[in-house]
Design a protein around this ligand. Structure first.
Ligand SMILES: [Zn+2]
Length: 256
């Protein structure tokens, strides 16, 4: 078996198109733009066999039509009419087999950022689209705080070493917010310093890990008194449960 490379290709201003490949073929996740993908595939002389889509937003599927013309890949996507290009619709618990890379990806349903959002987990890596980010979570365009809490709770059950392949480079802005939400957590400051170094060298801060997110991401720490207190201070309301804390954090972050 050829070694598997996992590479985040930069798109737009802060998107990553995660690309898995061996010596001959590639899989891409959420190609919002075709040009960076085609350029990479041509430089490496790779064929695109498969596209995995997490949700319908244009910055995640905008490159799909061009890639179909060029490579005719198999396309996995959620049951979602706003993604007409799918060749295979998948839902919770279904497995996407990629024998050429010796990986099997289990589909997780995480409706929150959009109502049909899914994620793919291969036992080592999580491709989570716009659900979980380093230090933050996606905006709630079509779901509720409860939906996001449930999605992040599913992710929290994965092994701590799981590599989280998020779709945007939002880490520094998120960690600045995380510091405000939980000012007494030294792990946030350490991670922010490390992330700053990487960005100064133009390197991605991703993938992050489930363990690091559980230690630093306020949206995965809504059960903690410090986080609950700062969310309550922001919203000027008594927040009785972690879901209400998450909802208040999300609103706070929207205007932070
Ligand atoms: Zn999105």
């Amino acid at each position: 078996m050829k070694p598997l490379a996992v590479v985040p290709l930069c798109a737009f201003t802060d998107n990553y198109i995660w690309t898995l490949h061996n010596d001959t073929e590639a899989v891409v996740v959420d190609p919002g733009q075709s040009a960076p993908v085609i350029e990479y595939l041509q430089a490496k002389r790779l064929k695109l066999s498969t596209i995995l889509l997490t949700h319908h937003h244009a910055d995640h599927i905008g490159g799909v039509d061009d890639l179909i013309k060029e490579y005719s890949p198999v396309i996995y996507a959620p049951h979602e009419s706003r993604i007409p290009q799918a060749t295979h619709r998948v839902s919770a618990g279904q497995v996407v087999n990629l024998p050429q890379f010796a990986i099997n990806l289990t589909v997780m349903e995480v409706p929150a950022h959009t109502r049909s959002h899914i994620a793919y987990y291969d036992g080592e890596r999580l491709f989570c689209g716009d659900t979980l980010f380093a230090g933050g979570c996606g905006r709630l365009f079509e779901g509720t705080a409860q939906n996001m809490f449930d999605a992040l709770s599913q992710f929290a059950t994965l092994p701590e070493a799981t590599l989280v392949c998020c779709a945007h480079e939002y880490t520094l802005a998120n960690l600045r917010f995380a510091r405000a939400a939980e000012s007494d957590n030294p792990r946030i400051v350490e991670w922010e310093t490390e992330a700053q170094k990487r960005r100064e060298h133009n390197q991605p801060t991703l993938p992050t890990t489930i363990g690091l997110e559980k230690a630093t991401n306020p949206f995965m720490r809504c059960h903690l008194p410090t986080v609950a207190r700062s969310a309550a201070d922001f919203s000027a309301q008594t927040l009785l449960d972690p879901v209400s804390v998450l909802g208040a954090l999300r609103e706070w972050k929207n205007q932070f």
